[in-house]
Design a protein around this ligand. Sequence first.
Ligand code: CAO
Length: 455
Amino acid sequence: MKQEIRVPEVAEGVTKGTVVAIAVSVGDRVASDQTLLELETDKAVVEIPSPTAGRIDEIRVAEGAEVDVGAVMVILDCNEDSAESEKASTAAAESTTGAPEPEPKAEAEPEAEEPAVPKTAKSAAGVPPAEDTEPAPAKDEIDLTSVRRDDEVAPASPTVRRQARELGVDIYRVRGSGPGGRISAEDIRTYVRDTMQKIGSGMAVPSATAQPAQRPLPDLSRFGEISREPLSRVRELTADAMGYAWSTIPMVTQYDKARIDDIEKFRKEFNTSAPAEDKLTMTAFLVKGCAAALRAFPHFNSALDLASKELVLNHFINIGVAVDTPAGLLVPVIRDADSKGVARIATELNKLAEKTRERRVSPQELEGGTFTISNLGGIGGSAFTPIVYPPQVAILGVSKAEMAPVWNGKKFAPQLMLPLSLTYDHRVIDGAAGARFLRWICEALETPLNLVMKG
Ligand code: CAO
């Protein structure tokens, strides 16, 4: 007799789930209550047990597949002598663990149409129910086929993967010590031990918290036509750096506006007679203003070393400037910006930006920045929150300067206002310091003489 194993109703309101692991292969003999596969829903992770002993005749789902409640996942051939199958399976379990499996339930023979009852259930928050008892791991009871998530592989038994989940370990980060990289319970314990030691010594921990693993994408083609394009190396590196920054740095962004009528007037006049390569840009003034501000506020020109519990103060001021290129965002660096005049910075930046857009910039020209400016004002926008670029602790975002009515104490007067947004690492910089630093930059830009006088 063949029996269909269907997706059970795990919890009220749950209508579908994702097959996260298949623990058996076609042809395998299984005992009653043996785990067939694991199903993940937004509420719980459950192991789907075999309702009776038999042989796996067909597997109709794949790992990663989304399945509806009631859908057939596995066909079980129960024609085999059930008692014999169970005996064989139990004996195998005993021979590897020394502990007998629980007595099979002789009466566990549900109707063919009835979905299998989940063996264990664990809340999505990772709290197992009180009655959840860990079954004795049986080495031969599962198929250790590689379990994939995107490009990552985690070959491990359902029991080991459940152990990882319960400990909050992202199993895709654990190095398996077994044949073919198989991950054992001991590997999970080693990973937890190592991680705790690193935390204790203040070292950076490459944990799931630091770099949240991406969940498998749903099948978007179900909703319409899609196409795929490979990530450029720049995009890959940006994704990595931004993901790391976003998940490890507690950031705050503050906003202010600078009156830049005088700078803009001077810049326009200067540019009427300047060759293209020496054109004075708004970004050049910003580099100069930030370099002077960093001299006055050295903590903004630092890096946080948690391992040694120190703040590393850079005695050089290298300003990175975000450049939009067809391949993605690149950040070349103006070195020792505080010791250069605005005209020299402008010439250097024009050349560097052009080289960067043409991808002729060298790796050396992209490294060593101690602070970054991201000017999107040439494109538009009234404000944005840039992300700190580690190991730096602050970044200045610049939006589009626009004429605005500003109250001068007697009346509203039209003025060119440049919106600035400063994001900083709140572990290093307090809000008051952030506000002072940003105001300092605004004042330096509002009266260009300040760029010479301040610092
Ligand atoms: N407000 C108003 N106008 C601005 C401006 C601002 N904040 N910034 C630049 N402009 C104007 C310039 O004055 C220039 O106009 P003129 O030709 O009349 O002088 C025009 O916009 C174009 O400027 P530009 O882009 O050629 O020169 P720039 O030095 O100001 O900017 C650079 C150089 C490299 C910053 C810019 O080309 C760039 O790539 N910006 C994008 C940065 C980016 O992608 N950041 C996002 C990072 S986070 O995702």
